[in-house]
Design a protein around this ligand. Structure first.
Ligand code: GLN
Length: 247
């Protein structure tokens, strides 16, 4: 088995070590003997996106998101929409997550027309939602608890056609109002979690890898790894910083 990973816009969208998610995924594949390749696709690059199994997009501030608009209109946007429609696996963080929605209306009134690959939109608010937070993933995303770090002023609202990635246990999540966090649509996982999120949430990491492998091969079994260190950091955030107990 092998997995071909595409890192979209690494030169622009990479906050709080989001790139660590790629390192985590490649490592978890390699120790299981599953080969993988990672290719960076940035502004001006236009490779055939149908060759990739898993796409990663990190976070970025309003300015970086605006910078990407022209590039998305130049054909890449259509290819990304098709890949989501075809059930390719995507992990999109914060600004990258917002970009998959219809639009982002910034707090100072700039409207960024985004991809509309998933039924959601984002509106900039006057206070930033910052801090460690936790949420319970929906059953279709594995059902485990995720801890992460959020920092956004955008409030995201989900449309009819999509489900939240999870339910907020502590923190703000999508908008600080409706208790939802992130989005799950086809095999697109969108979340506000920086950190990077996957190293301290190994069950979530494996769920994403399994989704991508299943999409490519029809089924996939991932042998368990020794996640003692990973779970120590997971529980440290959960119990010490968030004062939540283990479920
Ligand atoms: N610019 C967006 C916001 O503040 C995204 C920020 C981010 O990716 N951390 O809402």
């Amino acid at each position: 088995m092998e997995l071909r990973i595409c890192h979209l816009y690494p030169e622009v969208l990479n906050l709080y070590g989001d790139r660590g998610n790629i390192l985590c995924m490649t490592r978890r594949l390699e120790v299981r003997g599953i080969s993988c390749s990672v290719e960076s696709v940035g502004i001006g690059d236009n490779p055939d996106l149908t060759q990739y199994d898993l796409f990663f997009i990190g976070g970025g501030q309003d300015f970086e998101q605006e910078v990407l608009l022209d590039d998305l209109r130049g054909g890449k946007g259509d290819s990304i929409r098709s890949a989501v429609r075809d059930g390719r696996t995507f992990l999109c963080i914060c600004g990258g997550y917002q970009m998959m929605g219809h639009y982002y209306q910034t707090h100072d009134g700039v409207r960024c027309e985004f991809l509309g690959a998933a039924d959601l939109y984002t509106v900039g608010g006057d206070r930033r939602m910052i801090g460690n937070y936790a949420y319970a993933l929906g059953e279709e995303s594995g059902g485990s608890t995720v801890v992460g770090f959020e920092n956004h002023s955008g409030r995201t609202y989900l449309g009819e056609g999509v489900k939240p990635l999870g339910k907020v246990l502590k923190g703000f999540g999508n908008n600080g109002e409706d208790g939802t966090e992130g989005v799950r649509f086809n095999n697109l996982f969108g979340t506000y979690s920086h950190g990077p999120v996957l190293p301290k949430n190994p069950q979530f990491a494996d769920h994403i890898l399994k989704t991508a492998l299943t999409q490519r091969y029809g089924s996939a079994v991932l042998e368990p790894l020794d996640d003692t260190m990973e779970m120590l950091s997971h529980y440290r955030v959960l119990e010490h910083y968030l004062r939540l107990s283990r479920s």
